[in-house]
Ligand binder design. Structure first.
Ligand code: NAD
Ligand code: MLT
Length: 526
């Protein structure tokens, strides 16, 4: 397995990767974007920080790539959609640099309040300007935090320690959860109006882009200070420039910019702006932490399939994975069976029943059913990450449900498909120690293993049919491994699932299909 480390990674992370069995690591010095694109086809995994922009073009020829590891929090330098469409997992290290970013926020807020960088510069110029750099205390001032996540919460805690009044706005956090941190949850406009200092700690999304814009700045009290250690795009920089220039906003401390490194950004020319070159995560501890975290996540995924902190797939802990594994095998087989039995599919319905399944994360199982369903019919690579995207592209409607109705099994998955007015339903379960079993195929009750090559034969329930099937396969040198029979009512139609040791040749299948009592004969590979 080959891993390309594109950006500087702390030695402790590199060591962890290099010591993993079967892993080869290349960590060249500052590769250009074109060089990364050219080399990527050889690699199974890549590690980036914020310097490398992982674009759709960069991924175009990355045929072996399975996972992108982002040593950090923000994944806005990675085209997640393009990665997902190619089935590439994207992982980050949420929280691993939160302390560093929170402390940097506090450093900037204090420096802004007391003009530390400007005073340093003035002294360097031989001045002693005590009056010019009159500051403000933070004590009893109001801090408004936008985004009360990992970093916002640490900032809140430290600000409370400095006896600031702390307000927060976060639509995904309840007022009760904020109150448990001694923070008052307020609507955004109220935060703008009441705060003396405003600090941003949200991801950059469509919803948060330019959350600080002209109307927001107009609502703020004269003399408000703004700190941004999250993402530059959260602020309309032109509007902030005007507000700082007019003095309505007293000062801004910026660690992040809409374009990095900033080129000719007028904000940097203002005396009331202090800035750092995206240093929020630049502490020795945070760099070691993100490097070790991403390295161990990558190794766990590449060697054991354990997914942690993926932004385009639900996380599965190793404990949950052990319990999930037999159901993932069942899900894939059920999907593969329906995918080969039935087409075209317009609607896919997956129903989960039984107490064991109710305790497990179902999303990975759903994505595994879809993978199984699409893999036999698509030429492109299908995996758990791109399966839902491919399903959508093929305009197949997905419905999932859970039922608490007792069906007699600890965990049962039913996969129903519909299309062109036809329906088909199959169900399976996991028998402890024995593995996945097909227990229902439309109206037939069965108990068939779900693996290998299988021949599904529907026939009229007449004497002699099973003998004919056996002799026809024997005549074509096809060995039967085992056979399961089922019928709905005596004398009606019957179903046989015959596990074969090798594929039946087309001639054998034709002979079976031409028998007057055989309704259908279909070979599937599970
Ligand atoms: P987090 O996911 O723990 O917290 C983000 C919070 O923002 C969440 O609580 C979320 O509910 C909230 N949020 C989302 N949309 C919102 C909206 N419209 N209004 C208000 N709140 C909203 O993330 P985190 O680890 O705290 O990181 C926060 C930001 O800091 C991210 O943008 C991250 O990329 C950035 N970051 C920067 C540096 C740096 O070097 N400057 C370092 C680490 C993280
Ligand atoms: C992050 O999102 O983790 C920070 O911006 C720091 C970094 O980019 O390394």
């Amino acid at each position: 397995m080959k891993i390309l480390v594109c950006d500087g990674l702390h030695e402790s992370g590199l060591e962890l990767l290099r010591s993993a069995d079967g892993v080869h690591v290349d960590a060249p010095d500052r590769l250009g974007m074109e060089e990364i694109r050219a080399q990527l086809p050889e690699y199974d995994a890549m590690v980036v920080r914020s310097r490398t922009k992982v674009t759709a073009e960069m991924l175009e020829n990355a045929v072996r790539l399975k996972v992108i590891g982002r040593a950090g929090t923000g994944v806005d330098n990675i085209d997640i959609q393009a990665a997902s469409a190619r089935g590439v997992l994207v992982m980050n290290t949420p929280g691993a640099n939160a302390m560093a970013a929170a402390e940097h926020t506090l450093a900037l807020m204090l420096a802004l309040a007391r003009h530390v960088p400007q005073a340093t510069q003035s002294m360097r110029e031989g001045q002693w300007e005590k009056k010019r750099f009159m500051g403000t205390e933070l004590y009893q001032q109001t801090l408004g935090i936008i985004g009360l996540g990992k970093i916002g919460s640490i900032v809140a805690d430290r600000a409370i320690g400095m006896h600031m009044e702390v307000l927060a706005h976060d639509p995904y956090i309840t007022p009760e959860a904020a109150a448990s941190l001694s923070v008052q949850w307020v609507p955004l406009d109220e935060l703008f109006v009441r705060s003396n200092f405003i600090t941003l700690h949200t991801p950059l999304t469509k919803e948060t882009e330019h959350i600080i814009n002209q109307p927001a700045l107009d609502k703020m009290q004269p003399g408000t200070c703004i700190i941004n250690c999250a993402r530059g795009g959260l602020i309309d920089e032109q509007a902030l420039y005007e507000a700082l220039k007019s003095g309505h906003i007293a000062g801004a401390a910026l660690d992040v910019f809409s374009s990095e490194p900033p080129v000719d950004n007028p904000l940097l020319s203002l005396d009331n702006v202090i800035s750092t070159p995206h240093l929020g995560a630049s502490s020795i501890q945070a760099q070691a932490n993100v490097a070790r975290t991403i390295a161990s996540q990558l190794v766990d995924y590449l060697q054991h399939g354990i997914i942690r902190n993926a932004v385009n797939f639900p996380s599965i802990s190793s404990k949950a994975y052990e319990r999930l594994r037999p159901y993932l095998t069942l899900a894939e087989a059920l999907g593969r069976l329906q995918g080969q039995l039935y087409s075209p599919i317009e609607r896919l319905e997956i129903e989960y029943s039984g107490p064991e399944l109710h305790q497990l994360p179902l999303q990975p199982i759903t994505q595994t059913v879809i993978k199984g369903l699409l893999e036999p019919v698509l030429s492109e690579m299908v995996n758990l990450v791109n399966a839902p995207i491919l399903l959508k592209e093929r305009q197949i409607k997905l419905v999932t449900s859970t039922t608490s109705e007792p069906r007699g099994y600890t965990g049962m998955i039913t996969v129903r498909v519909e299309g062109k007015g036809q329906k088909s339903s199959i169900a399976g379960t996991v028998f402890p120690g024995e593995g996945a079993r097909l227990i229902r195929l439309n109206n037939y009750r069965l108990e068939a293993e779900l693996e290998g090559i299988n021949l599904l034969i529907q026939n009229l329930d007449r004497p002699g049919v099973i003998g004919f099937i056996g002799s026809t396969l024997g005549d074509h040198k096809v060995n039967i491994a085992n056979m399961h029979l089922s019928r709905t009512r005596e004398g009606t139609k019957a179903m046989a699932i015959i596990r074969l040791d090798e594929e039946a040749p087309p001639k054998a299948l034709d002979a079976l299909r031409n028998h007057p009592n055989i309704v259908s004969a279909q070979e599937v590979t599970l």
